[in-house]
Ligand binder design. Structure first.
Ligand code: OOB
Length: 561
């Protein structure tokens, strides 16, 4: 391991300070479960479909799996790619990995060959842990392609791995009698989150046991989780929001119950809430809108959903508009909590005891008194109080550098270690943040982040594409969708194109699908233009393109009315 590029440590002085302040407890994440199991072993930790895990069962299964993973040859200090939907086994795997010092790279269920192969090879992962099938997608086929291309050798399958004994190892075959496990240093990397990104390839975010444990523990306290809490996970639970803000791990720390749902569809979620008396859940704004209209429709039909147990709905991942925020309590009968966070660290919450205006109009304040917030102008100078500027942050659970990305780190962090979030915010007098926009080259499609450069590079790989720029266009439901502006080649080594009609938007969309990217990254719209507009500095003028497409959409809506 090369410590200078794999992981950027906090300065020694701050490490000591974070310990002295009690933020870093030097406990590895594996102990979290052992402690709750010792305190309340028979309490139900996880419910997924018709399966249940008590705390002691989960703890034992994690130990048995840890033993089996070590015996199968996984070495402490290495990395594996975990690519699973919401399922109970995911938590056996996570705790087993935490306990043997192997760091999972937490891929999203929507990731496909392009992303997974990149994570495996870039991070030199020792195994790919996945399921047989999810949502009609054959993960074993993806695993076969990885093996065939010598990207990964070892594949561990959760669930049905029949007939593939040569290629795949069944997770079920790995549980063994517990053995003494290695000592884990809590300053080491526990897991890798993935960055929403702004560059051509997704960045890996190394989170240590110490920093992650602190952020989820403090989050659980802020969100007032207790043993009586029942948390419904409807978002992909590997994402930082439902995993640690306070999410699944926060609930397991508090000794509550985690209910795992495949997705957030109202029919499924409402019945799980009623069945398990769910008290808290987390979602992105478009899902909140879906729940609001589903609940309203049902009320009109005299079939109101039974959501009495639900106390708090957390909404985050993208800006939640005030009008929708104000509908949560009257329609769903529970309190809203706004969450503004990032996989790199900093998470802000409105507090449950805050006044209504703060909850409706701000995105909360940081977890920690030692989260440092700077709001600066384009020259990195602090803006006047209350003014909008770029949000920079550092603190006890915000990373100091991405994994193996020295060049990018030099831009993404200031010389004194502040992370440049790329968000434009202002701070209220009481220290609450309001997200006003974004300076980073990213599209936030209802909470799913798309790095413009990644998609532009894919478009440029098409033989007829000369240049491409991906921008956000407004969308009433998702907040933003993506629009690619494309110019076509007229000559070079290609057949001269007589007119742009020769290639259609759908052709380019199909081409991108064939690149095996996560579907949410495929541009929603493609506009062919003669040339990309430029700023005076010679960069593509994305502001102009964003305005152009919003006006075009606005005109189209007016025509319809
Ligand atoms: C969460 O994490 P990521 O890493 O997927 O995305 C982070 C970015 C932020 O930099 C910001 O641009 C945007 O997502 N964002 C919000 C927001 N919450 C996140 N923008 C406006 N309002 C909000 N409430 O999305 C994430 C991680 C932990 C907790 C919550 C969200």
């Amino acid at each position: 391991m090369n410590p200078t590029t794999d992981f950027t440590p906090w300065p020694t002085e701050l490490q000591q300070q974070y310990r002295a302040q009690g933020y870093w407890s030097d406990e590895p994440l594996g102990t979290l479960l052992a402690q709750t199991a010792a305190a309340a072993g028979e309490h139900i930790a996880i419910i997924a479909d018709d399966k249940r895990w008590s705390y002691s069962q989960l703890d034992q299964r994690a130990n048995q799996l840890a033993a089996g993973l070590l015996a199968s040859g996984l070495q402490p200090g290495t990395r594996v790619v975990v690519h699973l939907p919401n399922c109970g086994e995911l938590f056996e795997i996570l705790f087993a990995l935490f306990r043997i010092g192997v760091a999972p790279i937490l891929a999203l269920p929507s990731h496909r060959f392009a992303e997974i192969s990149y994570f495996c090879s870039f991070a030199e992962a020792d195994a790919y842990i996945t399921c047989a099938n999810n949502n009609g997608f054959d993960h074993r086929e993806l695993a076969r392609q990885l093996r065939h291309n010598h990207i990964i050798e070892r594949v561990i399958i959760v669930g049905d791995s029949t007939g593939d004994a040569e290629e795949f190892c069944a997770l079920d075959s790995l549980y063994q009698a517990p053995i003494a496990l290695p000592n884990i240093n809590a300053s080491d990397v526990a897991l890798y989150q993935l960055s929403g990104g702004t560059t051509g390839v997704p960045k890996l975010i190394p989170r240590t046991h110490n920093d992650y444990y602190y952020s989820l523990r403090a989050s659980a306290l802020i969100c007032e989780l207790t043993q009586a809490s029942v948390y419904l996970a409807v978002l992909p639970v590997v994402h930082n929001f439902p995993l640690s803000s306070p999410g699944a791990l926060g609930v397991l720390w508090a000794g509550g119950t985690l209910v795992l749902a495949e997705n957030g569809a109202p029919d499924l979620a409402f019945s799980l809430i009623e069945q398990h008396q769910v008290t808290v859940t987390a979602m992105v704004p478009p899902l909140a809108l879906t729940w609001l209209s589903a609940a309203e429709n049902r009320q009109k039909m005299g079939d109101a959903p039974k959501l009495k147990s639900l106390q708090v709905i957390q909404v985050g991942g993208a800006k939640f508009c005030e009008t929708a925020a104000r509908r949560i309590q009257p329609i769903l009968g529970c309190q809203l909590q706004q969450v503004f966070g990032m996989a790199e660290g900093l998470v802000n919450y409105t507090r449950l005891s805050d006044d209504q205006d703060t909850i409706m109009t701000t995105q909360g304040r940081p977890i920690s008194p030692h989260d440092e917030i700077r709001i600066v102008n384009d020259e990195d100078r602090p803006v006047a109080d209350g003014e909008t500027g770029h949000l920079l942050t550092r603190g006890p659970y915000t990373i100091r550098g991405y994994f193996r990305a020295a060049e990018h780190n030099a831009k993404a962090f200031t010389a004194d270690g502040f992370y440049r979030t790329g968000d434009l915010v202002r701070m209220t007098e009481r220290g609450y943040l309001i997200v006003e926009g974004r300076a980073k080259d990213q599209i936030n499609r209802g909470g799913e982040k798309i790095a413009a450069e990644e998609i532009e590079n894919c478009l440029l790989a098409h033989p007829q594409v000369q240049d491409a720029a991906l921008v956000a266009m407004p969308d009433p439901f998702l907040g933003e969708r993506s629009c690619a502006f494309v110019t076509l080649r007229t000559g070079c080594n290609q057949q001269p194109l007589k007119s742009n009609e020769l290639i259609k938007a759908s052709d380019l969309q199909r081409f991108l699908r064939e690149c095996n990217l996560a579907t949410f990254k495929i541009p929603d719209r493609i506009e062919f233009i003669a040339s990309l507009p430029q700023t005076r500095l010679g960069k593509v003028d994305k502001k102009y393109l964003r305005e152009w497409i919003s006006e075009k959409l606005a005109r189209a809506t007016q025509l319809k009315i």
